[in-house]
Design a protein. Structure first.
Length: 186
């Protein structure tokens, strides 16, 4: 009977030991499963972040191209406005010279008839109006040139900001690639 009791205690001890092992395995299996689920969730999050960053980078690349195009157009407008301003200044100087020569003619020459005098006066008035119009056009061209220049500068600043954001997104993408590959392989 002692032997049976001893054997019974031994079997009970083995049973308890097996029960503990089984509980450990179940517990560890659950922990492993939880860890796997946590890592899978992390991989999904990283994949989504990578895809979002890639999409944002694509959008910013499109924006950069559009801004480059705007800057080129604005520089062309600026160049046109500058050349128009130069032409208008030359025309203005020519008109001023002609007006001055008419004033000189009026002062130095005696005009034979009133009709010739009136014609010259009308021509002088036309030239003065034309000179004023040319001056207004020069001012408008200069204003347009300044506005185009300011807009081009604003676009350049925006372009620089987008380039910085793009480089940050590139760094983020590079850092996420190993995780995405790991997630695709796993």
């Amino acid at each position: 009977m002692t032997r049976l009791r001893e054997e019974n205690r031994k079997i009970r001890s083995d049973y308890d030991e097996l029960q503990l092992r089984h509980d450990d395995e179940v517990y560890n299996g659950g922990a492993w499963k939880k860890e796997k689920e946590r890592l899978d969730t992390k991989i999904e999050d990283l994949t989504k972040a990578y895809e979002t960053a890639t999409a944002a980078q694509g959008d910013q690349q499109t924006q950069i191209v559009a801004l480059h195009s705007q800057v080129r157009e604005l520089r062309a407008v600026l160049a046109d406005a500058e050349s128009e301003r130069i032409l208008l200044q030359k025309a203005r100087r020519a008109l001023q010279a002609e007006l001055e020569s008419m004033d000189t003619v009026d002062a130095n020459n005696k005009i034979s008839s009133g009709r010739d005098y009136q014609k010259l006066q009308l021509k002088k008035q036309d030239l003065e109006r034309s000179l004023e119009e040319q001056g207004d056009r020069v001012d408008m061209a200069f204003d347009r040139m300044k506005r185009a220049e300011a807009h081009a500068n604003e676009c350049q600043i925006e372009l620089d900001k987008i380039r910085v954001e793009n480089s940050e997104l590139d760094r983020l993408n590079v850092s996420l690639i190993p995780y995405v590959r790991f997630g695709a392989a796993g």
